[in-house]
Design a binder for this molecule. Structure first.
Ligand SMILES: CSC[C@H]1O[C@@H](n2cnc3c(O)ncnc32)[C@H](O)[C@@H]1O
Ligand SMILES: [Zn+2]
Length: 434
């Protein structure tokens, strides 16, 4: 399939975030083969599709660096609680009852919500990940998937073996849109001896590790009390950072923790809305970026956010750093936008995903600029971070394929998803409450 997008303002998000006011993009198969100003494509070329994108902004799709897709099933089920109480009293008891089909439909709802808000790639950690992989394949999204592992649970050994099978079966599937990692949940659920087994497997399979680290004060106190170290220092001691790491949260960090994360090249997924809602704290993003850390943005699951909207997440990230540091220049729009897109792709180790340039995968969204909140046009990047909303995303292309056009999702049956999710959520929560 050869597609041309013409007439759009193109925000390439290449170094310096170049904006082409009236641009042309060519997509051939999965890849971008041309990005240039109007008139740069020779008129003799033939295309299967020409998308007239006048009045639109073309930009890289959002990369949600940390979520639990199927937790859309539990959206609004447990709110206004701190993390440990939320997990132990509300979430884990329901998760024990989840059937594979529940996970599939929760992930389908999540894909629908993400596509409709311009997310093209997400990183997921959960149970029954074959079902999430099936949903990703069907939706046409790109994803980095990790089977969640609770080292303290009786079934941890079996879950680890199942991770090996999952990685062997799914890594590189869906025309390469699916990649995989190992997913030990957190230092407080995965003790060092279990993590050692996870690292042996990472070495065997040559995959990275997705883990929650330093999310709450309670975690810091528990790990300090058990091991006499911070969670990051403990992870350094067990050898975690000898592998590519996707570290979710990183809220409570010492200067030494930041030094370790930067020196070891860890990717960090910042989740501002989940951290606010669970009152976990404010991640030191400004300090991390100043130190040279690689930081992407995530929503966390829909049970602690409560949506998967990366536009909103960008705005929250920028505003939160300003208020935390009392500095209005903290996390400017351009940096928030980079975190939500191209830097997110780097955090997930996706080498040919990110900036709109020839040779990169065609993961492109078209944002409708014909809206009151996008006028006047002083600064489009500021508009995207401080004024845009998810419904401004008009069209989504992933891996060179149209998955949403004029707000119609082409790969998914919305009505069926709503029906299945409502039915399953009622069964699950009703069962726990009764
Ligand atoms: C082992 S699968 C993933 C596991 O993580 C739980 N979870 C969801 N959100 C968070 C969070 O913010 N911190 C820690 N754990 C979280 C989820 O419910 C699954 O049990
Ligand atoms: Zn999480």
């Amino acid at each position: 399939m050869k597609i041309m997008i013409s007439g759009a303002a193109v925000l390439t998000m290449e170094q310096g975030s170049a904006l082409i006011p009236d641009g042309e993009i060519i997509i051939e198969g999965q890849y971008i083969t041309h990005v240039g100003p109007a008139g740069s494509v020779s008129p003799e070329q033939n295309f299967d599709r020409v998308i007239d994108a006048r009045g639109m902004l073309a930009m890289p799709g959002f990369v949600n660096c940390h979520t639990h897709a199927s937790m859309t099933l539990l959206r609004g089920y447990a709110d206004d609680l701190p993390l440990m109480e939320w997990l132990q009293k509300k979430i884990w008891p329901v998760e024990e009852r989840l059937e594979p089909e529940d996970i599939y439909w929760g992930a389908m709802l999540s894909c629908l919500e993400m596509i409709r808000s311009g997310t093209t790639t997400f990183a997921d950690m959960y149970f029954h990940m074959d079902e999430v992989a099936r949903a990703v394949e069907k939706a046409g999204m790109r994803a980095s998937l990790s089977q969640g592992l609770i080292g303290l649970s009786p079934g941890a050994g079996e879950a680890l073996s199942n991770s090996r099978r999952f990685i062997r079966e799914w890594h590189g599937q869906a025309e390469g849109r699916i990649t995989t990692m190992l997913g030990p949940h957190a230092p407080y659920t995965c003790p060092p001896d279990f993590l050692a087994r996870v690292l042996d497997m990472a070495d065997e399979l040559k995959v990275g590790i997705h883990i929650h680290i330093a999310e709450t004060r309670a975690e810091i106190e528990e790990i300090q009390q058990k091991y006499g170290k911070t969670p990051v220092a403990l992870m350094e001691q067990v050898g975690l950072f000898n592998f590519p790491v996707l570290a979710a949260h990183c809220v409570h960090l010492t200067d030494e923790d930041i030094r370790i994360l930067v020196a070891r090249g860890a990717g960090i997924a910042h989740n501002p809305e989940s951290n606010m809602k669970l009152a976990s704290g404010i991640a030191p993003v400004t300090r991390l970026l100043a130190a040279g850390a690689l930081v992407g943005l995530g929503t966390d699951g829909a049970a602690s956010n409560n949506n998967l909207d990366m536009m909103e997440e960008m705005r929250s990230a920028a505003l939160l750093q300003k208020v935390a540091t009392m500095d209005p220049m903290a996390l400017p729009a351009q940096d928030a936008l980079a975190m939500a897109t191209v830097n997110g792709a780097r955090v997930l180790g996706l080498k040919d995903v990110g900036p709109l340039k020839p040779g990169n995968k065609a993961d492109i969204i078209l944002v409708n600029l014909d809206r009151p909140h996008f006028y006047p046009r002083h600064n489009l990047m500021a508009h995207l971070v401080y004024a845009a909303r998810a419904s401004d995303v008009e069209t989504v292309i992933i891996d060179g394929r149209l998955v949403m056009e004029n707000r119609q999702v082409l790969t998914l049956d919305e009505e069926r998803i709503y029906y299945e999710v409502q039915k399953r959520a009622e069964k699950l929560v009703g069962a726990v409450r009764s």
